[in-house]
Write a protein of this length. Structure first.
Length: 507
């Protein structure tokens, strides 16, 4: 589909896409400040809906929604359902984070108000659009965000919902004027099976969320089922460097072909034995500063192209190639896609630069699975090694990571794998587990992870001590990364304060 055909849409079609179904005209959202919920709220408000909600605490996201007209109460109480005149036509929640005993859900059931799960609402908002969805165990947010930024640079105005804030737009969702809707398809609770994609990207498949799925086999099966939901004439994009998504292509390729659905792969190496056509191949990746230069070649082009990214890591180059194939399928021009990707400034909490003090740089990252930890620490190691080769520093810097395990179930399953991944750093500080929605498990804490680390490691259950502890460990030229899906993100500023207060004596 060409750019013109996507953007030159009849006005009645645009109005049809913008119209809300009756049940979504007045919505109350429980946990409205969360990444996924706040995005839905933004789109509902932009389409003229009335939105109220509640959350456990104030946040930047809550303030932004209030500024857009949402009525938000801090704390949970059944009376919050009266924030909107006439009450809500539906109450929206996510059972992953909100228990069924929540007083607002209890009150909604008592009043007979429909309770909808967030994925079902997102699927409803996608109706009438051409959907480009990104799934996978890791890299969903970064790949989705790259795709959005690339399409915007190409002149498209896609609607989107993503699990992190784009640095360029400062938002996680948008109601666009075009035909395209770009979103993450979250597999953690099987909710990706709510969607019917026209283009689907699977970045990788590696066992996770076993607290929900119960087995590796059930987790893998959800991606097969997702591929089967592709629309006739659609496209599945898979990473051939990843064993899990490679196996997915092998399993579903033949039956998708019967529905006139193409499967395209992307990856590095020769890929001569790939079970599906290779759409694009990564020839090389050269780290440069906090970013790098990729050489890649599309299957239907005679010569390689160059892509300069401002985000670090070979895994980010692969994510960019996935976004390129999806954007091209939407009708975007390759040269313009590359320019858009080169302007991608990253996503909140994805190797995000926090600050620099006394020659020490501090970054923050959301990584909370061993593979993600390994990728981020590998990128950080590339950064300090490249600087040493370039002579940018008198000594090669070290990588110091402050890691907070996320969920007791995940920590119990992957403690040894976390230890091995964290050992890619030069020094490690491990915090206690951020339990989120889970209750503690006997014997499962941060020490379990620390015991598996083979590099110098410090188990620190008291977060108030971390700022000064890390400031005392760090030397000039070192890189510090706070890492995890919990409140470890707050420590970056405390570490910078500790570095600022430290005497400058040539460290």
């Amino acid at each position: 589909m060409s750019e013109a055909s996507i953007n030159q849409v009849e006005s009645d079609t645009v109005d049809g896409r913008s119209a809300l179904p009756p049940e979504l005209e007045r919505v109350h959202m429980v946990g409205i400040g969360g990444a996924g919920m706040s995005g839905i709220a933004r789109i509902l408000l932009a389409r003229g809906g009335a939105v109220s909600g509640s959350d456990a605490k104030e946040s930047r996201g809550v303030l932004a929604l209030r500024a857009r007209g949402a009525q938000v109460r801090i704390g949970h109480d059944g009376s919050a359902l009266d924030l909107l005149p006439g009450g809500p036509t539906a109450v929206v929640t996510t059972y992953a984070a909100i228990p069924k005993t929540n007083p607002e859900l209890v009150e909604a059931n008592r009043r007979g108000i429909p309770v909808l799960l967030r994925p079902a609402v997102l699927a409803s908002l996608m109706q009438g659009h051409r959907t480009l969805l990104v799934s996978g165990t890791h890299g969903k947010t970064s790949t989705t965000s790259m795709l959005i930024v690339a399409l915007q640079h190409c002149g498209f105005d896609p609607s989107f919902a993503v699990g992190g804030e784009l640095n360029e737009a400062g938002t996680n969702a948008h109601h666009g004027t075009g035909e395209i809707f770009v979103a993450e398809a979250d597999e953690s609770d099987g909710s990706l099976l709510q969607y019917d994609p026209h283009v689907a990207v699977v970045t990788n498949i590696e066992s996770d969320h076993l607290d929900f799925f119960g087995s590796d086999e059930a987790y893998v099966q959800v991606f097969d089922d997702f591929a089967d939901r592709l629309s006739e004439g659609g496209l599945l994009v898979v990473c051939l460097d990843d064993p899990g998504s490679l196996a997915l292509a092998e399993r579903v390729g033949a039956r998708l072909a019967e529905k006139n659905i193409r499967v395209l792969g992307y990856g590095s190496g020769e890929l001569a034995d790939a079970p599906v056509p290779v759409g694009v191949r990564l020839h090389s990746w050269e780290p440069r500063d906090v970013g790098g230069v990729a050489q890649f070649q599309l299957a239907d082009e005679p010569a390689p192209r160059t892509l300069r990214l401002s985000v670090p890591g070979r895994h980010m180059a692969l994510n960019a190639l996935a976004a390129l194939l999806a954007a091209r399928a939407a009708g975007a021009d390759v040269a313009e896609i590359v320019q858009g990707l080169e302007g991608f400034g990253g996503v909140h909490r994805r190797f995000q630069f926090v600050g620099r003090e006394n020659g020490v740089r501090v970054f923050d990252d959301y990584a909370h699975h061993p593979t993600e930890v390994r990728a981020v620490l590998g990128a950080a190691a590339e950064l300090v090694q490249q600087e040493a080769r370039d002579g940018a520093r008198s000594r090669q810097g070290r990588v110091i990571v402050v890691f907070q395990p996320h969920l007791y179930s995940r920590t119990a399953t992957f403690a040894n794998d976390f230890g091995a991944a964290l050992s890619l750093a030069d020094e490690v500080v491990v915090l206690d587990v951020y339990g989120a929605r889970e209750k503690p498990l006997p014997g499962v804490n941060g020490a379990l992870v620390a015991q598996a680390v083979t590099k110098p490691v410090h188990y620190q259950p008291d977060m108030s001590r971390v700022g000064r502890q890390v400031a005392a460990l760090a030397l000039q030229g070192d890189v510090v990364i706070t890492m995890g899906a919990g409140d470890v993100t707050m420590l970056g500023s405390q570490i910078l304060d500790g570095l600022r207060a430290r005497p400058q004596y040539g460290r």
